[in-house]
Design a protein around this ligand. Structure first.
Ligand code: F6P
Length: 336
């Protein structure tokens, strides 16, 4: 990738050159980030590295909001949503001046490498630092599951469970009133939360940015269901499709039945992390530190086919997200 050649960084020396690492979380928080922080910090310390915790992502880095981290600093966080290191979306870091300032701070605090936990925006920041010669490693943390190189990002599994639990509740009230529920879920431009929650929640339809939809088809399916005695229908709309209220109005006119909208919003980002997110956080943190000890930089960790992998950062960002058509078809098939 376009970072410095590995030999320029390691000087051909096979011994680890990293003495102190920094760790930060950036962008939208995601359940499982704390498990990843805990693993990164503890495995780094066990291997004789020093660790600096950078609060509030790249913005905190620019403002030197940094503290030393010890084993006890990551106690009692594995079960917590959010991020112990806090997070931010930094406009300033997108500027050249902000990036130079970040580099100055890293040098000032004698941090030799940075572990960035976040989504694609955070990865772009890590890529920029690597291009400027600073060693970085990325851990995927976002509920959106929108990074193509990894089957799962931290927080996605928990967020999907939160959505499914909301669907369960909505079923009760929707069937009591004989209503249709439109549920808007997060995911930015990616429909994975809607796709997975739709399959697990047994919804009637999912509207996602990856696939065009025809509201007449949605209406027809709901009407056929009603004729078969269905008391309620649930339609998931990914935020990337937008206009949930407008869709609800149009649907109401087509089916002559009450349609109510629930926007789940930030509820999906909180809550205790699932077992999957905790285990992934631990494994990602472990691999991130291993890479640093092997003097491998400008890389990201992930999981593919149930194996923990690492991949070039720039290649990971360039990879187009594949759409899981089989799951989409299955939602369609099972909701008939
Ligand atoms: O990337 C995670 C996410 O929750 C998206 O699903 C959503 O579009 C976005 O963040 C919301 O961002 P913010 O927290 O800045 O409102």
């Amino acid at each position: 990738m376009s970072g410095p050649a590995m030999d320029d960084v390691t000087m051909g020396d096979p011994r680890p050159r990293i003495k102190r690492i920094g760790v930060l979380t950036s962008g939208g928080d995601a359940p499982g980030m704390n498990a990843a922080i805990r693993a990164t910090v503890r495995i780094a310390l066990y291997n004789g590295l020093k660790v600096s915790g950078i609060r509030r992502g790249y913005q905190g880095l620019i403002e030197a909001d940094i503290d030393n981290m010890e084993l006890a600093d990551v106690g009692d966080i594995i079960n917590r949503g959010g991020t112990k290191l806090l997070t931010a979306r930094s406009e300033e870091f997108m500027t050249e001046a902000g990036q130079k300032r970040a580099l100055d701070v890293l040098r000032m605090f004698e941090i030799d490498a940075l572990v960035v936990i976040g989504g694609d925006g955070s990865y772009k920041g890590a890529k920029r630092l690597w291009e400027m010669g600073f060693p970085t490693i990325g851990i995927p943390g976002t509920i959106d599951n929108d990074l193509a190189y990894t089957d799962l990002t931290l927080g996605f599994d928990t967020a999907v469970s939160t959505v499914v639990s909301a669907i369960n509740n909505l079923r009760d009230t929707s069937s009591s009133h004989g209503r249709v529920s439109i549920v808007e879920v997060m995911g930015r431009h990616c429909g994975d939360i809607a796709l997975f929650a739709g399959l697990a929640g047994g919804v009637e339809d999912i509207l996602i940015p990856e696939r065009k939809f025809d509201l007449d088809d949605v209406a027809r399916k709901i009407l056929q269901g009603r004729r078969r005695g269905k008391l309620h229908s649930i339609v998931l709309v990914a935020e990337g499709v937008g206009k949930s209220y407008e869709i609800a109005e149009r649907l109401e006119a087509l089916i002559h039945q009450e349609v109510r909208v629930t926007v789940l919003g930030y509820l999906q980002r909180g809550g205790t992390p699932s077992v999957t997110d905790r285990i992934l956080g631990a494994q990602f943190g472990q691999r991130a530190v291993e890479l640093l000890l092997e003097n491998k930089f400008g890389r990201v960790v992930g999981i593919r086919d149930n194996k923990i992998i690492d991949q070039d950062l720039e290649a990971a960002l360039a990879e187009p997200k594949r759409f899981d058509q089989a799951k989409y078809d299955l939602v369609e098939l099972l909701s008939l």
